[in-house]
Design a protein around this ligand. Structure first.
Ligand code: GUN
Length: 296
């Protein structure tokens, strides 16, 4: 049998198209009301990975004309100190979106902080009210979490139909797995969530027309776990040692790409798949939020 090859979904190119669309929207907003969308990005402490993500987000804002408000707090700031910052940003009319980079240091309760962000500015979509509305039939959240929204956009822009399909989400985090499952359910898929306690995950994943891999386990999903022709979206970003690289490491997904590409119908690469879409969706949420706040 000739070996099949999946269509590679180019997240980087799709994200660039979306960023161009957003830059045009920001320009027309400036012409119509003389204001720019504003995004506050709050980071606590010195985690290397978080600092990289935050720098990327701030740079991306500048490129589409979003003003970014940088709030850098020390590792030992109190929970009350972070909450006070959030409240200041809530009442600043030039800030239309607020993002608190996660994870927060252990002494700070994430839920207490995220619940303080007013839902009109919750561009990450992590407020319990936004997640609750996402879970309920007939209700619409003000914002969808960026990574799940980016995965959905990749499916839609690749012409992959969702309605009535079997979708399996691997992972149940608050940031990706859980909202992804709820979003696919809203899109009329039949959704199963596979997680660390699931018995026989391969068997369940093999039934899926759509696989969203968000377990955070390098190359966990093998080629023979995938139904031929399935659409596979790989959210994983795992660093593995690679002495042949100058940096000493490389990034791999939760899916074994070399195996999956021979079986899947569609597949996202790592890097260059979901990652750039997460940033593009953050920008999109910020522009949508600004429009709602400036034109209400
Ligand atoms: N940490 C990892 N992913 C995310 C994200 O999408 N938003 C925030 N705020 N923190 C994160």
């Amino acid at each position: 049998m000739a070996s099949a090859t999946a269509r590679i979904i180019d997240g980087k190119a799709i994200a660039q198209t979306i960023r161009d669309e957003l830059a045009a929207e920001v320009r027309s907003l400036a012409e119509s009301c003389g204001k720019a969308p504003g995004l506050a990005v709050v980071i606590v402490g010195n985690r290397k990975d978080s600092q990289t993500y935050v720098a990327m987000k701030r740079k991306a804002c500048a490129e589409v004309g979003i003003r970014s408000f940088n709030v850098d707090l020390p590792e030992d700031v109190s929970e009350a100190g972070v909450i006070q910052k959030v409240q200041e940003l809530n009442s600043n009319p030039e800030v239309h979106g607020i993002l608190v980079q996660l994870p927060l240091p252990k002494h700070i309760n994430e839920e207490n902080v995220l619940s303080e962000i007013i839902i009109q500015k919750d561009v990450d979509g992590f407020h319990p009210l936004n997640i609750g509305k996402l879970a309920m039939k007939g209700r619409d959240p003000l914002f969808l979490p960026c990574t799940p929204k980016g995965c959905l956009e990749l499916l839609l822009r690749s012409g992959i139909s969702i309605k009535g399909k079997r979708a399996v989400v691997v992972g149940r985090s608050n940031i990706v797995g859980l909202p992804m499952a709820l979003l696919l359910l809203k899109e009329d898929a039949t959704v199963t969530v596979v997680h660390s306690r699931t018995a026989d995950p391969e068997r369940i994943i093999r039934e899926a027309d759509i696989v969203i891999a968000a377990a955070g386990q390098a190359m966990m999903i093998k080629g023979d776990w995938i139904k031929p022709g399935a659409a596979v979206i790989d959210v994983g970003t795992n660093a593995v040692n690679d002495p042949s690289r100058k940096s000493g490491y490389r990034l791999v997904g939760d899916v074994d790409f070399d195996e999956a590409v021979k079986v899947a119908g569609w597949l996202t690469p790592v890097p260059g798949g979901v990652g750039p879409m997460t940033v593009a969706m953050l920008l999109k949420n910020t522009v949508e939020g600004a429009k709602r706040q400036l034109t209400q």
